[in-house]
Ligand binder design. Structure first.
Ligand SMILES: [Zn+2]
Length: 529
């Protein structure tokens, strides 16, 4: 039986339990001796499906407890993605004879739960020795360059060819094991994507597979909020689910209140408002207008700077903007400015940022003022900025932040509250009662009873559970009904006849309905009905 415990996109953490063993997934099956799991491989590889579906149906694996994907190496990138998409289910997915140290992270990213050392052994017997991500000819070595239990730094000249192959097979398996451990750690920390983006650069075909994957298949498994930092180091970074989700959703939810909008450059420190630059500007100029911060590949209204990934990302800063970057960011900035219906744009930007603004506002009938004269924090620039945004009426930024985050995360409105706390750890209160607070770690809102009841009434982000006792975890077996829009890491509410509460989803809403086993919701707090 498979017990999923955590999901991050297509990758997940779980446990396979049989009568006599427990395997923590993702895992490596070893075929040096007898493998730990009994698997039916079927009589034909998955590739046959593309030649004759009827024949494949007859010869395919039985897949009682485990989904099996064989013959991946002969498929095109598109076929590989189609295969993963079809095989994805509540059962663990075993990708057979495909893993090497360089591609295994990508296999897990695409949804494999189990891999094996078959290819690593096959390669060993043709003289290929794994050194980190590289595959080297073992006979180029005088001595094994490794001191694992197989290599022990031995001289090759003292060994027979068969012995060398056998040692290489053991060594390759060890290297693969390390890589699998690394991946499990990364999935746990929600950091696998950063690693995969770096890893695929070693092989163009892996890069194309990742690029295709970003625009392929069911994305309901992908979280909107994560605890990991988003690195925008590759071209592929802008295609991440969380980036396109954030931009589209932010635009949908954006409701500025002033006629003037101030455009500012991003800062290395996040949230931007805690940076030296933004704090200094605000200490010198009373900014009572809507602000939009320009970054790459993000455009962030100030109201949403505490929302993931805006709150926690890193982008390499060189001062150089590529034409693609300018075009991408400018197109989004234009959408936000149009949506805001502003009468005037005050752009306190220079360099590449200014080029973004110029491109974004091309042919728009809107007044634009550039206020940087010497340097962004220079005296003359500050004076110019004061002139342009002075005398405007005050608005409560914290109120605007909660208003936007509630809409962004749950699609609900809740006002007439007071706000307190030290930025960014701020909270929303009604009288003395806490209504919501910023969860800085995930870049989302954490909610309390009042909002929980609103969500239950609207039947959104809601999980209906059976009447049973539970403490910290709600298992999929206890779920009666779950909102299909729930994604992993979403804040959800749960209820039965005696209790309601707030928790964090460990799987998607659809999976909660389909799965018989595994963790559905991690409980944060409970209230009597
Ligand atoms: Zn070794």
């Amino acid at each position: 039986m498979f017990y999923p415990e955590k999901r991050d996109g297509y990758s997940r953490i779980g446990k396979i339990k049989t009568e006599n063993l427990v395997l923590n997934t993702p895992t490596l099956l070893e075929f040096n001796g007898k493998p730990e799991l009994e698997v039916d491989f079927g009589r034909a590889p998955y590739a046959l499906r593309f030649i004759s579906e009827t024949l494949y149906e007859r010869l395919k694996p039985a897949e009682k407890e485990i989904s099996v994907l064989t013959g991946l190496n002969v498929l095109s990138p598109r076929q590989i993605l189609q295969a993963f998409e079809e095989k994805r289910s509540t059962k663990p997915l075993y990708v057979v004879a495909a893993a090497t140290t360089s591609n295994v992270a990508l296999l897990f990213y695409l949804g494999a739960d189990i891999v094996d050392n078959i290819l690593a052994i096959a390669k060993a017997y043709s003289g290929i020795y794994f050194v980190g991500d590289m595959e080297m000819d073992v006979f180029k070595f005088k001595k094994f360059p490794c001191s694992c239990q197989f290599c022990k730094g031995q001289s090759l000249s003292e060994l027979s060819r068969d012995e060398i192959y056998e040692i290489t097979a053991g060594h390759n398996t060890e290297m693969l094991k390390l890589e699998v451990e690394k991946c499990r750690y990364l999935i746990e920390r929600e950091e696998l994507r950063n690693y995969v983006e770096a890893k695929v650069k070693l092989h163009p075909e892996m890069t194309s597979l990742l690029r295709l994957a970003d625009s392929f298949g069911d994305k309901s498994y992908f979280p909107r909020f994560k605890k990991s930092r988003c690195y925008f180091s590759a071209v592929e970074s802008a295609n991440r689910f969380e980036v396109s989700y954030f931009l589209n959703r932010a635009l949908e939810c954006y409701r500025p209140v002033t006629d003037v909008v101030l455009l500012l450059p991003c800062t290395a420190r996040k949230p931007y408002l805690t940076s030296r630059t933004h704090r200094y500007l605000r200490s010198r100029v009373r900014i009572n207008v809507n602000e939009i911060i320009i970054s790459s590949p993000l455009v962030v209204p100030r109201e949403l700077e505490l929302t993931y990934p805006a709150i926690n990302y890193d982008t390499p800063v060189t001062g150089h903007w590529s034409e693609d970057e300018i075009a991408f960011v400018a197109s989004w900035l234009r959408k936000f400015v149009e949506k805001g219906g502003f009468g005037k744009v005050v752009a306190h930007v220079e360099g590449g940022y200014r080029r973004v603004v110029e491109k974004a506002l091309e042919n728009l009938q809107i007044e634009v003022v550039y206020t940087v004269e010497d340097d962004i924090l220079g005296e003359r620039s500050i004076e110019r900025l004061k002139e342009e945004v002075a005398g405007l009426k005050r608005f409560d930024l914290y109120e605007r932040i909660f208003d936007h985050m509630l809409r962004h995360q749950f699609g609900v409105e809740y006002r007439n509250c007071r706000y307190s706390g030290r930025y960014p750890e701020i909270e929303m209160l009604r009288g003395r009662e806490r209504v919501a607070r910023i969860d800085v770690r995930y870049g989302m809102l954490d909610i309390y009873e009042r909002i929980a009841r609103i969500l239950i009434d609207k039947n959104i982000y809601t999980v209906k559970i059976a009447d049973f006792d539970f403490t910290n975890t709600i298992f999929a077996a206890g779920v009666i009904e779950a909102d299909e829009n729930i994604r992993p890491n979403d804040v959800v509410v749960f209820a039965n006849n005696s209790i309601l509460g707030v928790g964090i989803a460990a799987m998607s809403g659809r999976e909660m309905m389909k799965s018989e086993k595994g963790i559905a919701v991690r409980v944060r707090r409970k209230y009597p009905v």
